[in-house]
Design a binder for this molecule. Structure first.
Ligand SMILES: Cc1ncc(COP(=O)(O)O)c(C=O)c1O
Length: 390
């Protein structure tokens, strides 16, 4: 079947955060939203159909996770990521961010240091600080237009007693798919200094060839002992509103601690529709995903060429993964406030300011290109027009 990602569907007045929060976020209801990380494409038909079938039963009481929740994930990991996982290694969280919070609270103590690698997905900062842990930045280095990890700094922080690191694998917003060599170096440091690693792999299915996602825990049994992997079909299949994700933890002691936290929070039940969508996505989603990846790559190639040819002042950091583009706007010589105002007021585009992503984010903007191609073309025209007015 051919899916039509060109279809433009209005999301206005559906309580879509991306659309209906524009006034609150940008001070204007009419900006073209290219910010929060969900897609403007229809959730795949096989997921929506399964939800409709369940709805026909008309009793929506407490629900258990079905067997295919586990089996679909096990099969998907094997097929898409060559990773053999077991049912006992799988736990639940409503969201990947709440999984991070529960993990920080389950595996570290008050005042312990937890490392993150900015510029990075900003909720990591608040969950660490909000849990009264000490937030440490191991800032990525931009080297020849590609971000790399600063292993010397990481080792210093690990040696200084940090108990945990949260990595974004692949990385939002800089789009890196970490290589085996990079992950091995990180793993060696974690093993040497006894750190737990939370590997947030929510974007792991949105990887562009020839890059290949490596689940961190797959590297070796020794590293798997100290890794918590967070995954979800939410980004890939546009079902983030269903609040359902999974954790993969092969170490039984860590699993026990995590599950205790999950039960204490009373978050272990999950929701009836999230469970169904999760299993359908991983059971039936491969063909849809392959078409989605082609479409996203086409959008990315268009933006890349357009910027090079028409707006060379803005440089795109080549994404290896995700539909989130990291735009280097430093040559525009604007402050972060001026950049935000420029994009909103002059271009009519609502992007995320790089500043939100912590150290290293100044002068950058994050642009979500999971939109119908005609809308992307329109957005680039608006941006070029605005640049001409500077
Ligand atoms: C790296 C990363 N982790 C987690 C999330 C959100 O996960 P959830 O909605 O499951 O909490 C996002 C959303 O953009 C993300 O980019």
């Amino acid at each position: 079947m051919r899916y039509n990602f060109d279809e433009i569907i209005s999301r206005k007045n559906t309580n879509a955060f991306k659309y209906d929060a524009r006034e609150m976020i940008f001070g204007k209801a009419e900006v073209l939203p290219m910010w929060v990380a969900d897609m403007d494409f229809k959730t795949p038909d096989f997921i929506v159909d399964a939800l409709r079938v369940r709805l026909n039963h008309e009793i929506l009481g407490y629900s258990m996770r079905p067997e295919n929740f586990y089996h679909s994930l096990i099969n998907w990991m094997k097929k898409r990521h060559s990773w053999n996982i077991e049912k006992d290694w799988i736990s639940f969280s409503p969201g990947v961010v709440s999984a991070c919070t529960m993990s920080v609270q389950a595996f570290t103590n008050i005042s312990d240091s937890v490392i993150v690698q900015p510029p990075v997905y900003f909720p990591f900062f608040s969950i660490i600080k909000g849990s009264n842990r000490n937030l440490l930045y191991n800032q990525l280095i931009l080297s020849e237009d590609r971000y790399v990890m600063d292993f010397n700094d990481l080792e210093t922080k690990a040696k200084g007693g940090a108990k945990m690191i949260i990595i974004s694998n692949p990385h939002n917003p800089v789009g890196r798919v970490w290589t085996v060599e990079e992950l091995n170096r990180l793993a060696d440091i974690a093993l040497k200094y006894d750190m737990i690693i939370l590997s947030d792999e929510i974007h792991s299915d949105l990887v562009f060839k020839p890059n290949k996602h490596i689940p961190l825990a797959k590297l070796s049994p020794e590293i798997a002992e100290r890794v918590i992997t967070a995954v979800s079909p939410s980004k890939t299949f546009n079902i983030a509103g269903l609040s359902t994700s999974a954790l993969i933890i092969s170490n039984p002691q860590l699993m026990k601690k995590y599950n205790k936290m999950l039960e204490t929070m009373h978050l272990n039940m999950g929701n009836i529709f999230g469970n169904i969508a999760f299993a359908e996505a991983y059971e039936k989603g491969e063909e849809w995903l392959l078409q989605l990846l082609n479409y996203l790559e086409h959008n990315i190639n268009y933006v890349t060429d357009y910027l090079q040819n028409n707006i060379p002042q803005i440089k795109l950091i080549k994404p290896e993964s995700t539909y989130l583009l990291w735009l280097d706007c430093r040559n525009l010589n604007m402050t972060d406030d001026e950049l935000i105002t420029f994009f909103v007021e002059r271009a009519g585009l609502g992007l995320n300011s790089g500043l939100m992503f912590g150290p290293g984010g100044t002068g950058f903007m994050r642009m979500n290109i999971a939109l119908a191609f005609p809308v992307i073309k329109e957005a680039m025209k608006k941006l070029a027009f605005a640049i001409d007015t500077i």
